[in-house]
Ligand binder design. Structure first.
Ligand SMILES: [Zn+2]
Length: 81
C-alpha cells in the first residue's frame, strides 16, 4: 500500500500519518481499530519474548563468569569452610 500523497510505500498501517511526507492518512487507509489492537498485542508479545531472551542470555553469561571464577581458584568453595 502506497501513500496517496508521496506515493511511497507505507511501512505501517497502524500510524495515522505517512512516515515519509507526514500527511494524515484517511481513516480507510488505516487498519480497523481491532486489527490495530491485535497487532499491538502481537508486538507487545514479541517484545516481552525479546526481553526474556535477553535476561536469559545475561543469566547465562553471569553463570559462565561464576564458573570461570571457580575454575581459576583451585579450591572448590565448599572446601574453604
Ligand atoms: Zn506520504
Amino acid at each position: 500500500m502506497n501513500c496517496p500523497n508521496c506515493d511511497r510505500l507505507l511501512y505501517s498501517r497502524i500510524q495515522p500519518k505517512c512516515g515519509h511526507c507526514g500527511i494524515v492518512l484517511p481513516p480507510e487507509w488505516r487498519l480497523p481499530a481491532d486489527e490495530i489492537e491485535k497487532i499491538r498485542e502481537e508486538q507487545a508479545e514479541i517484545e516481552a519474548r525479546r526481553v526474556l531472551a535477553k535476561e536469559k542470555e545475561e543469566e547465562e553469561r553471569e553463570a559462565k563468569i561464576r564458573r570461570d571464577r571457580s575454575n581459576s581458584s583451585h579450591v572448590p568453595p565448599g572446601f574453604m569452610l
